[in-house]
Design a protein around this ligand. Structure first.
Ligand SMILES: Cc1cc2nc3c(=O)[nH]c(=O)nc-3n(C[C@H](O)[C@H](O)[C@H](O)COP(=O)(O)O)c2cc1C
Length: 163
């Protein structure tokens, strides 16, 4: 598990193979069991596989190549009393679960949130700013060029900021 956490990368290229019903259920269960503030579970998700709906979703973000190429996108929905932090936890659980069953993922941002609300039919006060593209990795599914991380010593403070 530890090695998988360190090795998890955003993948933007997928084969044409659809996600099986069994894998779909496993992904959705991983979402369902994510922890949330006060266990409110003030969230839901929209599984997008319809090609026309996918096209409309692609129009909602600026860097949507992963969704263009993936057989499935899961839009993470923040219900009215939900927190963005919890949405982040959902995304990470989904990505790690997908990796564990041999699938690849890439999170994407829906920069045009009001357009996304329209496309997805969200009620007033309900938000969807992030989605995760899901597919089977294929040849050429190398991580993007933006990989790598800052050195640990530049990220870690002791007791106080700057310490
Ligand atoms: C909140 C968030 C939004 C992201 N949005 C996009 C996106 O719109 N399009 C995209 O191709 N990648 C997106 N990514 C993926 C990041 O670019 C990627 O995680 C980062 O470059 C580090 O690469 P790695 O995850 O492969 O290590 C997003 C990642 C996060 C956490």
């Amino acid at each position: 598990m530890y090695d998988e956490i360190l090795a998890l990368r955003a993948i933007r290229q997928f084969s044409d193979e659809p996600i099986s019903d069994e894998d779909r259920l496993r992904l959705l269960e991983a979402l369902r069991w994510t922890g949330s503030s006060k266990n409110r579970q003030a969230w839901s998700w929209i599984v997008v596989t319809d090609p026309d709906q996918r096209q409309r979703l692609i129009g909602c973000g600026d860097f949507m190549t992963p969704v263009e190429r993936a057989p499935m996108a899961i839009v993470l929905v923040q219900e009215e009393s939900g927190y963005e932090f919890d949405t982040g936890r959902l995304a990470q659980n989904l990505m790690l679960a997908a990796d564990a069953i041999g699938l690849a993922t890439c999170p994407v941002t829906l920069h045009r949130e009001s357009m996304a609300a329209d496309v997805l039919g969200l009620p007033e006060g309900v938000r969807a700013r992030y989605a995760v593209a899901v597919g089977h990795p294929t040849v050429g599914s190398e991580p993007g060029r933006m990989g790598g991380r800052k050195p640990l010593e530049t990220l870690t403070h002791e007791d106080r900021y700057g310490g």
